[in-house]
Design a protein around this ligand. Structure first.
Ligand code: ZN
Length: 324
């Protein structure tokens, strides 16, 4: 048997359940999960009035070992792999052709259209796999395949770099990686979080300060909060960019149309990124330039510790380790 954690009822914490070890069809791969990142996007399902599927297994990023294949794939049993949430795309549309396949209308996402990764075993396509080495620590690498990837592309989405001042709002699992990646790219970073411990993680003084109006060239919003977005847009100088990097299915926001347009603020989304961006990020982590901070919990404890996602009080990205 194989354990997994899934939402079964709206507005209730996900439960620990069991199933047969899933089988894979031709072109698919069975992965024994070693570590799975969990964050605000997963918590967002809890806040929905209706689940998109039942049971809904959350979890958008994982590291594991290939345990079996359905044939027709180029990855060997025993290989350590990172798993991204993008299971498949059409491959033929304009978006796919421009490296923007994450927004393909036919994109199939784990944790939404297919099971997520919060389980002892997952089944996915070869497309979703990134080969790793035995030296790549599963817990440290798990946050790279959705959160870190998004963090990297969010920094790129500013269109800025060396010498520019970047605001980072929210220094949790996503934000602390944005801070590190942005510093590596030469930005002068101003991080903001209501939690002094999280600010310390960003190397900021514990005296939490709000981002001042017109104080940064670009800002990246790393928390799915209406208030954070409204504060962040005011912190951008005229002609600057606000990147929205935290998605949640249950959060809405409204901004002053006049302020946004007349101050020339560009709004840009960040969700995953290009394959070459993911490769660059993995290189930064292997070389020690970027170092993900994680807090680990067991799969069997997700139900009781689920509220950590709402209440915080932990450092970096929450990573779940299924024990077998
Ligand atoms: Zn497409």
């Amino acid at each position: 048997m194989s354990s997994f954690v899934a939402f079964t009822h709206p507005r209730e914490a996900p439960e620990l359940l069991e199933r047969e070890v899933p089988s894979c069809r031709p072109g698919e791969v069975l992965v024994r999960v070693e570590a799975c990142g969990l964050g605000a996007a997963d918590f967002g399902f809890f806040q929905l009035d209706a689940l998109p599927r039942v049971p809904l297994i959350p979890g958008l990023e994982a590291v594991g070992i290939v345990e079996a294949t359905g044939g027709g794939v180029g990855v060997a049993v025993g290989t350590r792999v990172g798993v991204v949430p993008l299971a498949s795309t059409c491959g033929g549309c304009d978006l796919c052709g421009r490296g923007l396949e994450r927004w393909c209308t036919k994109a199939e996402l784990h944790g939404w259209h297919r099971d997520g990764f919060l389980s002892q075993h997952l089944v996915t396509t070869e497309t979703a796999l990134v080969p790793l080495t035995t030296a790549d620590d599963p817990t440290r690498f798990a946050p790279l395949f959705a959160t870190g990837w998004t963090a990297f592309s969010a920094v790129r989405a500013t269109g800025m770099g060396q010498g520019h001042r970047l605001g980072v709002v929210g220094v949790g699992g996503l934000g602390h990686l944005v801070v590190q990646i942005a510093r590596a790219a030469g930005f002068e970073v101003r991080a903001f979080d209501v939690d002094p411990a999280r600010l310390a993680l960003a190397g900021e003084s514990a005296s939490a300060r709000a981002l001042e109006t017109d104080s940064v060239d670009a800002v990246i919003v790393c928390t799915p909060s209406t208030q954070a977005i409204q504060q962040a847009v005011r912190s951008v100088k005229r002609g600057g960019t606000m990147v929205l990097a935290a998605a949640s299915p249950s959060v809405r926001f409204d901004l002053s149309l006049f302020d946004t347009v007349m101050r020339g603020v560009t709004l840009a989304p960040a969700f995953l990124g290009t394959r070459s961006e993911l490769a660059e990020l993995i290189h930064l982590v292997r070389s020690g330039v970027v170092s993900p901070r994680t807090t680990t919990i067991a799969l069997t404890d997700v139900h009781s510790k689920f509220w950590m996602l709402r209440d915080g009080g932990f450092s970096g990205r929450l990573v779940v380790t299924p024990t077998t």
